[in-house]
Each structure stands twice: as C-alpha cells, then as structure tokens.
Design a protein around this ligand. Sequence first.
Ligand SMILES: [Fe+2]
Length: 261
Amino acid sequence: MHTRFERTGALTELSSYPQWAQDMVADCEQAKQSVLCHELWAQMSEASLDQASTRNFMVGVWPVIERFPAYMALNLLKTRFGRSQGDNLARRWLVRNIRVEQNHAEYWLNWAEGSGVSEEEVTMGRPPMGSQALASWCEEVSRSGDLAAGIAATNYAVEGATGEWSQRIYESVAYAESLPAAGRAKSLRWLQLHAAYDDTHPWEALEIVCTLAGMTPGVDLVQHLGECVRRSYTSMRITLDHCIERQDTLVKANTRVEAAA
Ligand SMILES: [Fe+2]
C-alpha cells in the first residue's frame, strides 16, 4: 500500500526524509565519494591538470551538459497531472527547472574556452574512448526508467555530486588564477552556478522521489532506486577515469621505458 510522504522537516536535512531514503543515501555514500575524491579534481584544483586531460574532460563531459535539459524533458513526459501528488510535484518542478538549464551549455563552452579548449573542439571533437558511460546511463534511465528512477539518477545523484565537486574547484584560488585574467569571471560562471552553496536542487529532487515512492515502498523499488543512484556515481567516476586515462597511460609507458633502460 502507498503511504503518502509529505515533508514536514527542513528541505536540506536528511532526517526530513523517510527511513528507506536515509538508508539509500547512506548505502550510496561510498560510490559518491569515489566521484568526489577523484584524482581529476585534485589536479584541477591545484591547477596541475595537463592540457590533454583538460581537453578530454571538456569534450567527454559535454554530452551530459548538452543533454541535461533533455533528460529532464524525458522525465517530464512520464508525468500525468492529477495522477498522484508525486506526479504533480515532478511536473511542476521539471517544467520550471528545464528553463533554468537554458544557458548552462553556453556557460560550459565559456569555461572550456577559458581552459584553452575551443567551442569547435567541445562540440565536434571526439570524446575520449569510454568516457560516455555517464551520458549513456543518463539517457537510458531518463528514457526507459520510471519517473522516480530517472529523477533519482539525474537530478538527485548527478546534480548532487556535481554541486560538491564544483564547489571545490570554484573555491580554488590557484585554479581561478590559472585561467586568463580577461574573461575569468565568464569562464568561472558555470562552476559558480553549480557550486553547492545554497543549491536546493538535489534536495528537491529527493523530495520528489520520496513523494513518488511514499513512506513504505516495496523492497524491490527501494533496491532499484539505490542501484540507479549508485550507477550514476559509478558512471561519473568511470567517465572521469577516462578523461585522465591518457596521462596515466603515458606515465605507465614512461615508467616501463625507464625500467627497460
Ligand atoms: Fe546545469
């Protein structure tokens, strides 16, 4: 039986959400940390990420940036006004927030430009091999998953983790100073907008997922939602791995050459 969830506590407190959701968040924490603790962020925030990896990152992540409003539109197609409280909430939220995404693709291109990666390279260049894990998964779950799964995977998991890594990079003075002074603010705009500070989006997405699933969803649904969230984090980590893979390969190759010499 569907037992309604209606949030009474603060939006950004995990304790405001049903126990199953709190457990799900805890179960997925390790996978989330594999994204947040990724080597790529450490290098980027120290302004030591090499140009080939920077290019890979800008080109490899671009399809997710460009398609993000489309993932939301695919989820919007699944809603039916009046069917449930969750449907109404999802519909209203998606309609409003697709518009918010409007300029984000352009801001990503500005960021790339400031990092020395041209618009043509980002939009027409070939993404590094294996880097499309996140884009493929977001597309799949938004297209074929149910509404709660789609929102959990994209607006909760991907946006949530992105808010946290964006904040880390945005706060790095070394990183900001590594960008050309002219147009620096423009280059940093995407990061500024996505840095978590007072971003309530992932929480709102969690609220929608809980409203759709209710207080006492079946074990199967809970497990499925957890798997979708975890898969988003894992796909993000794989995408990042493939953006710096080339450098790792170079290092390994050099080590082999040195060892053989
Ligand atoms: Fe965005």
